[in-house]
Design a protein around this ligand. Structure first.
Ligand code: SF4
Length: 376
């Protein structure tokens, strides 16, 4: 079994053997809902961070009893799993005020579920204006104290620095993986890359680092795309279906870069290891890494990233997706289409439901887009 096969297997399961071994050894697992929750704080507390996902969900019948039909399918699927008890392995859960739908899930989770014992909301600024960094730093201090008080532990600066070193090593290795996707013939597909990061955010850091080291040795020389496959960037929030990327790439395209929660936004930008204050270092990295539309005054930096990616990855087009009723990404897709002329990059805006079928329609839209950009 290759390392990539192992990543795929782990990514397709909500729970895995490495987490089981950690639990069996008396270890704790803390769920987190967004890339604005510093995993280093959880690791420095001696626990494993688990990035929440709705993997394995096939229905929303239970979830729908707690949400309106105008809530996005991500929260309805994930909460359906929660009501089924799929997250009983968690010892704690950290929410952020990502959007109104996640905030509703916070209310519903507290009302409907008696587990896990630790449940916390971290308020992350929606703008990067003056004062935002200080606010966010304070919120990280509050999260740190909440973990310490609830579990009767002390999170030392040395433990934080060690966790920062480990997470930075993960970021460096993922950057090398993404650099390989700049090649004329990238050795890994977009769907496989998604499986690597989805698996990694459900593994202890050391295990993730070990597997990434092995993967980077296995990939050189691998051929996965037809020659001259149109090169695309994919942007979205809460996208976690590997099959969906396989569908996009199955139309003859190559997704060579992205701005996804389980993608570049997870590893973009290192934490400054030279700063004396590790909490300040975390705040600076997490407030300044490649943002998502919830940071409403940072569109210019997101656009600048698209421009540099267009050059470095020789992009032919950009797909910006939104789940139905997701205002954040709906707005982003609209503006990106306006900016398409300025960036010189054709943009396809796609709307869909998570685990919601509609493959035929998506296929047709992708094929039409590839024709439009003159690449089929
Ligand atoms: S898809 Fe959009 S609306 Fe749904 S949870 Fe994510 S950011 Fe919120």
């Amino acid at each position: 079994m290759t390392t990539l096969d192992k990543f795929r297997e782990i990514a397709r399961e909500p729970f895995n053997e490495h987490l089981r071994a950690h639990k069996d050894g008396g270890g704790k697992i803390i769920g987190a809902f967004c890339s604005y929750v510093p995993e280093e704080l959880i690791v420095a507390a001696g626990m494993v961070p688990f990035r929440m996902r709705a993997v394995g969900s096939t229905k929303t019948t239970l979830g729908d009893t707690w949400f309106s039909s105008f809530n996005c399918s991500y929260v309805r699927h994930l909460f359906d799993l929660a009501l089924e008890g799929s997250f009983r392995f968690l010892d704690g859960l950290v929410f952020i005020n990502a959007c109104d739908h996640i905030r509703r899930m916070w209310d519903n989770w507290k009302a409907a579920l008696d587990h896990p014992s630790f449940i916390h909301m971290t308020a992350v600024p929606r703008k990067k204006e003056h004062g935002a960094l200080g606010w966010y730093r304070e919120e990280l201090e509050i999260l740190k104290r909440a973990l310490e008080d609830h579990y009767g532990i002390t999170i030392t600066d040395e433990a934080l620095r060690e966790a920062i070193r480990n997470s930075n090593q993960v970021r460096r290795l993922l950057s090398r993986l993404y650099d390989m996707r700049k090649d004329d013939s990238p050795p890994i597909t977009g769907a496989e890359t998604l499986s690597v990061i989805m698996a990694g955010t459900a593994l202890p850091r050391e295990q993730f680092i070990k597997m990434l080291d092995e993967l980077l040795k296995e990939l050189p020389g691998r051929e996965v795309y037809p020659p001259d496959a149109p090169r695309l960037m994919l942007q979205s929030g809460c996208l976690e279906e590997i099959e969906h990327l396989e569908l996009i790439e199955g139309q003859g395209s190559a997704v060579v870069d992205d701005s996804l929660c389980f993608g570049r936004r997870y590893f973009d930008r290192l934490v400054d290891e030279d700063l004396d204050d590790p909490i300040q270092a975390l705040a600076e990295r997490y407030m300044n890494h490649l943002s998502c539309p919830r940071i409403s005054d940072d569109f210019k930096n997101r656009l600048e990233y698209i421009r540099s990616s267009t050059r470095e990855y020789r992009l032919d087009g950009l797909i910006c997706e939104k789940l139905k009723f997701c205002d954040l990404w709906g707005g982003e897709a609209f503006i990106l289409r306006q900016e398409s002329k300025a960036t010189g990059l054709p943009v396809l805006a796609l709307e869909r439901e998570l685990y919601g079928g509609g493959e035929g329609q998506v296929k047709t839209r992708i094929q039409a887009f590839l024709e439009l950009i003159g690449k089929v």
